[in-house]
Every structure is written in structure tokens, then in C-alpha cells.
Design a protein around this ligand. Structure first.
Ligand code: ZN
Length: 486
């Protein structure tokens, strides 16, 4: 791991040097010193690559004891980790936490499927899961699905709470992709992911020793050929801790095509589902507490776990998130948009659903002023069963990228726009799920995606907008990193 350190920018040392240099010019008035000493910028790093963040790989960041730890995809699709101390207002990192196969396969565009997922165990060690996109046959036989590329990896910080040095633990399946890491109240860790490429089961691996070892994968959602139609049943899951010993899961259905002649392998996805994993009793149930046998098939999912049909064949979906309200009722979002013939269908926008105690309701847009040709996406917290704060990234007609808080007083039926956290002209964006246990000043990660480059600036946003950083510290992209992409 020594070479990781060599690549990592010792930002903390540099910031100290700046402070010391500032001390030498104490003759100048304080205000003038401030003006000349340090130029501040809104981003904390400029070496994020491709689509460096997503809702699905989560959490991307965690707040613990006054420090917000964040991760994102950087050069060579490697995981990068930075930390912000809310008390001293100092940034540390980013440090390269591991080495991804995905960025070293000669691909013409970044492979964004192995973005980092973070967990902090009960001993304070920081874990990062990354680098997987289904694995390949050279890694062995995938008994739970098919292959694509990459290798799912797990690294852990060498010391608790210290992001500067990492070591690899070879204790998870290389076939995993879309990692989601959940720690229960008793310290048990559940790593949830898809065990291979599209035609693979979704599984969990459980650790009872702070992530040092994991039990074998257990399948909970089944891939299989559709019994009548010419496609394969496939899934995308978003999971998070629920009440007590439970994990709650939302998911949508991927119509994985057999016939790819017309448009190639298109990401047709529909509908929204919900179920619950009781980790104490190792049982699964739907929202009405009917038991479910795993792995859940499409037939069982349709009969027992359906939240909503999200539109006709031409309305495609993309995962949102799920949270419980104070009554224990799930609220969910899913991003829905019309297929307009693009490779990915078309832009999708966030819609809100919830369980009333008797039935599923909702489906309204969070923000109906976003043009249909542009997208919106985000995550939310419930202040009460009816009070929702939804942090939404979207683009305006003039192509400004905006991240803003939206508020609902009627349990997600209608939303009103609150404060803007960030506005950048003429870029698209990628956004994380909410930071786990977030500090109010650091709730979500956003990367701006300017045209004509694969390199992104990345921002940590909260109640006061972006957490700023000295420009000299935030410029971390090195010439050597650019060999792969311009
Ligand atoms: Zn597919």
C-alpha cells in the first residue's frame, strides 16, 4: 500500500505550510492578510472522474464525532477518501484508498460501476468497498450470476479514524457490484450487492467481527429467464437500515433483453418494490408483515412487494432511496422518465411514494418545473411523518445545475422549494445519497460535470452551501492522473 501513499496528496501538510507562511507576514493588517493569504473555493477536490458519485453506491460519506468522511471515484476509477473536521474547519486528503481493476483495462470511457461505498465499524476503522462490475471468468465460476468485468474489493484504514493509510482485506466476493454497506446496532455488518452482471442474484454477506471476515453470500432477489417473454428478470436494489434489527429495501425491475439487435442492451427498468429483512430472526417480510421466501422471484415480488407501477413500457426508472417515518412507515422515491430513444432512454425525475398504514400512495414529482428533457435526483429526511426535507439536484432550462432543499408539509404530496445549496452554470451533475448521520453543514456530495472533460470538481453541501477549501489544497488533479482521460 506504500505506493498509494506516494500518490496521495499530503494536503494537511501543505495547509500547515500555508498557515506557517501566513504567519511570516504578520505586519500586514488582518483583513488584508485574509485577502491575500488564502483563496477559497467551493469544491474540495478536482480529481473526481467520470460519474464519480451515485445514489446506489452508499453511503459515500459518514459523519462521526465531528468529522465528515467522504469518498468518490477518482483517477483510474480508484476510491479516494477525504475528511473534514467541523471544529477545526480543516480538510484532510483526498487519499487514494485502493486500486481498481476497472480503471486499468484500457477502456475508452471511465467504468463508473465500482464507485466507493463507506462503512465505519464499531472499533472506528473505516472500510471502503469498490471496484466491482460483475467480475470475469478468470476469477472463478460465478454460481449466482453472470460476468462482466472488474473485481469487487474491500480495503480498511490501518488505524481507526485515520484515512491516510489503507490495507486490502480479501474477504468479499469479487463478483459484487453496487455495494451497499449497513452496520446494525449490535455491530454486525451487512454488505449488500448484486452478485455479478445484470443476470445475477442480489445477495448479502454478513460479518460479525467488524468486517474482518464475512459469511458466504445469501441470495435474496432472484434473476431468471422470464417464463414467457423474450427477456430475463433482473433487479436494482437500494437498501438501508430500518428500525431496530431490520434492513429495508426498495428495488425496481430490469427488463434484461435477449434481443439486442435494434438498440443494443438498453437499461429498461420499471416499477417500484419494497420489502424488509429482519436480521435478528433471519426472516423477510412485505410491508403488511406477510413472510417472504428468499430469493424473492418476480412473481412473488409482483404479488407481495409492489409499491407502484411507474408507467407504461416507455416509462423507465432509476433507483431512488427509501426512509422510514416516525411511525415506521416507508417513504420511497424513484426516478422516472420517458424513453425518447437515447441509449439510456431519456432523462428521469424524482417521484415520491409512501405507505399510509393501509395502502401505497403518491407518485408526484418532487419538483415539476424541471424541463422533461432534464433530470432530477436526490435523497430525503423525514422530520415527522408529514414533514419531508428533500435535497434535489436538477438542471434548469438555462442549463444551470442546482442543488436545493425542497420541503413538504403533506407527506410528500406537494413540495415547496427552499434554499439553494449550489448553483453552477451549464454543467450536469452526479449526486450521492445523504451522508450517514450527517452534520447539518455536510449533508450530501455533488460533482459537477462540465462538457469536454472526464474530470469533475466535487462539493460537500449542507445548510450553509458548500464547505469551502483553500484553492491550493483543492487542486489535487495531477498531470500524471490525466494519462488515461483528458
Ligand atoms: Zn440487462
Amino acid at each position: 500500500m506504500k505506493k498509494f501513499l506516494k500518490n496521495a496528496k499530503p494536503a494537511f501538510a501543505i495547509s500547515l505550510a500555508i498557515l506557517l507562511a501566513g504567519c511570516k507576514t504578520t505586519q500586514a493588517p488582518v483583513a488584508e492578510q485574509r485577502n491575500t493569504k488564502v483563496e477559497m473555493v467551493e469544491y474540495f477536490a478536482d480529481n473526481a472522474l467520470g460519474t464519480p458519485l451515485a445514489i446506489v453506491q452508499h453511503p459515500a460519506g459518514i459523519h462521526k464525532d465531528g468529522i465528515t468522511y467522504v469518498s468518490y471515484q477518482g483517477p483510474f476509477s480508484d476510491p479516494y477518501v477525504a475528511a473534514y473536521n467541523h471544529k477545526t474547519k480543516q480538510w484532510q486528503g483526498p487519499f487514494q484508498a485502493g486500486e481498481s481493476d476497472l480503471g486499468r483495462m484500457g477502456k475508452k470511457k471511465p467504468d463508473n460501476h465500482g464507485k466507493p461505498t463507506m462503512l465505519i465499524d464499531d472499533l472506528g476503522y473505516i472500510h471502503i468497498f469498490f471496484g466491482g462490475h460483475g467480475g470475469s471468468k478468470e476469477h472463478g465460476e460465478n454460481l449466482l450470476g453472470n460476468y462482466n468485468s472488474g473485481r469487487n474489493k474491500h480495503v480498511v484504514s490501518k488505524r481507526p479514524g485515520d484515512i491516510s493509510e489503507w490495507e486490502e482485506l480479501k474477504n468479499i466476493s469479487v463478483f459484487g457490484t453496487y455495494n451497499q454497506a449497513i452496520k446494525m446496532d449490535n455491530g454486525d455488518i451487512y454488505l449488500i450487492y448484486r452478485h455479478g452482471a445484470h443476470r445475477s442474484n442480489w445477495v448479502y454477506q454478513k460479518s460479525t467481527d467488524h468486517g474482518r471476515t464475512f459469511a458466504e453470500p445469501v441470495s435474496f432477489l432472484k434473476h431468471k429467464p422470464h417464463e414467457t417473454k423474450n427477456h430475463h428478470d433482473s433487479w436494482y436494489v437500494w437498501a438501508v437500515k430500518g428500525e431496530n434489527d431490520e434492513i429495508i429495501l426498495s428495488y425496481d425491475y430490469h427488463v434484461c433483453p435477449n434481443d439486442t439487435r435494434a438498440r443494443g442492451h438498453i437499461p429498461v427498468r420499471h416499477d417500484l418494490y419494497y420489502m424488509v429483512f429482519d436480521t435478528k430472526n433471519d426472516t423477510w417480510r412485505n410491508v403488511q408483515s406477510e413472510p417472504l421466501d428468499i430469493p424473492v422471484t418476480r412473481q412473488i415480488a409482483d404479488a407481495k412487494t409492489l409499491v407502484a407501477r411507474t408507467g407504461g413500457d416507455d416509462m423507465w426508472t432509476f433507483n431512488g432511496t427509501v426512509r422510514l417515518d416516525q411511525q415506521g412507515y416507508p417513504h420511497l422515491t424513484i426516478n422516472v422518465g420517458k424513453d425518447v430513444g437515447k441509449r439510456w432512454g431519456g432523462s428521469k425525475q424524482a417521484r415520491y411514494y409512501r405507505w399510509t398504514g393501509d395502502n401505497w400512495t403518491g407518485g408526484n414529482l418532487i419538483y415539476n418545473k424541471v424541463p422533461k428533457s432534464l433530470g432530477s435526483e436526490g435523497d430525503f429526511v423525514l422530520k415527522s411523518p408529514t414533514d419531508v426535507q428533500y435535497t434535489l439536484a436538477y438542471q434548469e432550462k438555462n442549463k444551470d445545475a442546482v442543488v436545493a432543499d425542497f420541503y413538504s408539509k403533506d407527506a410528500g404530496k406537494t413540495f415547496e422549494k427552499g434554499q439553494e445549496l449550489l448553483r453552477i452554470p451549464d454543467v450536469t451533475w452526479s449526486i450521492s445519497s445523504l451522508i450517514k448521520d450527517a452534520h447539518a453543514d455536510a449533508r450530501i456530495l455533488v460533482a459537477e460535470r462540465p462538457k469536454g472533460t472526464q474530470w469533475r470538481r466535487i462539493y460537500l453541501l449542507g445548510d450553509n452551501g458548500p464547505i469551502k477549501r483553500a484553492k491550493s489544497e483543492a487542486l489535487v488533479l495531477k498531470e500524471a492522473d490525466k494519462v488515461q482521460f483528458k
